[in-house]
Write a protein that binds this ligand. Structure first.
Ligand code: SF4
Ligand code: ZN
Length: 419
């Protein structure tokens, strides 16, 4: 017999009413900042014998060991067992952690994988909220939301920097393996796409259409994840989207996709293209990993990822670009997207493709460079493409960038104007 868990053992209120709550620097007790420290979140499937149900273990110091307002590293592994559990479901649970943790009053969670950020307010801390309560929330929600596949669950919370460094690297190998499984699939070879409306709690009109070659803009929902989400909960956040009535293959327009978008956005969106940022681009909620925006002087596009705090040649930082791009509206010329979309053959395909990229932060280039180079080489025969793409070490303004592009003979110089 399975008991449905209704009560969560934490010292603060828990409700979806607190989901959008923002905790400002002045109000925070600790800042678990994955962009500066080693942090991660992960779900692993284990054998039932390896799990002691409801065991929540903290390996390392707790959040009361640091001074108020400090940064604090955290990584947690939620281990589950169940005879109907599949490893394909792991990333699906992980993506929900964001919603689960945000429901606690005085606790804010953003991001996913190894780029999470959790802030605990002074008020929640004074009420007794500690690291183990994150485990309590995850335990209770995973057990109640996924009771069809999870029989037992335990949570390990790591806070020692040495452990975190090693475990984060291991987690990244797992994330990479998941991403690799997708490589053999293309938008043409799968029978259907999926939508995702998980972010409608923050951004009510936003819908992601997720295809094998275009993951959700948060970077955490691939086509396989959306498929697993739909299998776990056919009435849940990811629905099947047929793509039988093609309107324009190059732009990526289908009548049935548009019908789905109209319905899922409650009429706010009429038409999206999957492969253009200039014409009816997909909307952005707020959790995009990257933003791509056109750079008119070069006829190219600049991409900036969330972790990059510096200036871009567009004269805007990530957060300035984010304020123009988010909120579930279509902004032609600007688009939020996942990091792994950059190396996709479908990235801005209708606008000339990834060879339009003229600038991106060095760290992002290092992350996606080898895949991006392979794509550009295969499609257009350009070798070592990323060496022609500017970054912050070369230029942070358009003039400097233009000089660099000319020196390197960037392929965009030969392309048709974007506008
Ligand atoms: Fe789903 Fe898109 Fe939100 Fe990711 S960004 S959770 S794919 S709606
Ligand atoms: Zn979102």
């Amino acid at each position: 017999i399975k008991l449905k868990i209704t009560k969560i053992d934490i010292p603060v209120s828990f409700s979806t009413a607190f989901e959008g709550e923002i905790i400002r620097r002045a109000d925070m007790q600790v800042d678990m900042d994955g962009s500066r420290l080693d942090c991660f979140e992960l779900v692993r499937t284990k054998d039932s014998s390896e799990i002691e149900d409801h065991n929540i273990e903290i390996i390392g110091p707790d959040i009361d060991s640091v001074e108020v307002g400090s940064r604090f590293p955290i990584g947690y592994v939620v281990e589950v067992a169940g005879k109907n559990m599949q490893s394909d479901f792991e990333p699906v649970f992980e993506r929900r952690f964001h919603n689960f943790i945000n429901c606690a009053e005085g606790v804010m969670h953003t991001g996913q994988r190894d780029l999470i950020r959790i802030r605990v307010s002074k008020v929640a801390f004074d009420a007794g909220f500690r690291a183990k309560h994150i485990g309590e929330i995850l335990y209770a929600k995973v057990k109640s939301e996924y009771d069809s596949v999870v029989d037992k669950c335990q949570v390990k919370i790591y806070t020692n920097p040495d452990d975190l460094k090693r475990l984060r690297a291991e987690a990244n190998e797992i994330y990479n393996k998941r991403d690799d499984r997708l490589k053999s699939l293309t938008d043409e070879t799968v029978p259907v796409f999926y939508n995702c409306i998980l972010c409608q709690s923050f951004s009510p009109a936003h819908v992601c259409i997720v295809s094998p070659e275009r993951l959700g803009l948060c970077g955490a929902v691939s086509w396989l994840d959306a498929k697993a989400t739909n299998e776990l909960d056919p009435n849940g956040p990811c629905q099947v989207v047929t793509k039988e009535r093609v309107v324009d293959e190059n732009l990526g327009i289908w009548e049935d996709v548009n019908e789905n978008v109209q319905q899922a956005s409650h009429g706010s969106l009429q038409q999206v293209t999957l492969y253009s940022i200039m014409q009816d681009p997909m909307t952005s909620c707020g959790c995009f990993e990257c933003i791509c925006g056109i750079e008119p002087m070069s006829n190219g596009v600049v991409i900036v990822n969330r972790e990059h705090t510096g200036m871009t040649p567009l004269g805007m930082t990530f957060s300035e670009m984010a304020s123009m791009t988010g909120g579930g509206v279509q902004t032609p010329g600007f688009m939020g997207h996942g990091k792994h979309f950059i190396a996709s053959k479908k990235f801005m395909k209708a606008d000339g493709g990834s060879r339009r990229i003229v600038w991106m932060p060095k760290a992002l280039k290092d992350l996606v460079g080898s895949r991006l180079n392979k794509t550009v080489q295969e499609l257009w025969g350009v070798e070592d493409f990323t060496e022609k793409v500017g970054d912050e070490t070369v230029a942070e303004d358009v003039e400097g960038l233009a000089t660099f592009l000319a020196e390197k003979g960037h392929p965009v110089l030969e392309m048709e104007p974007l506008l």
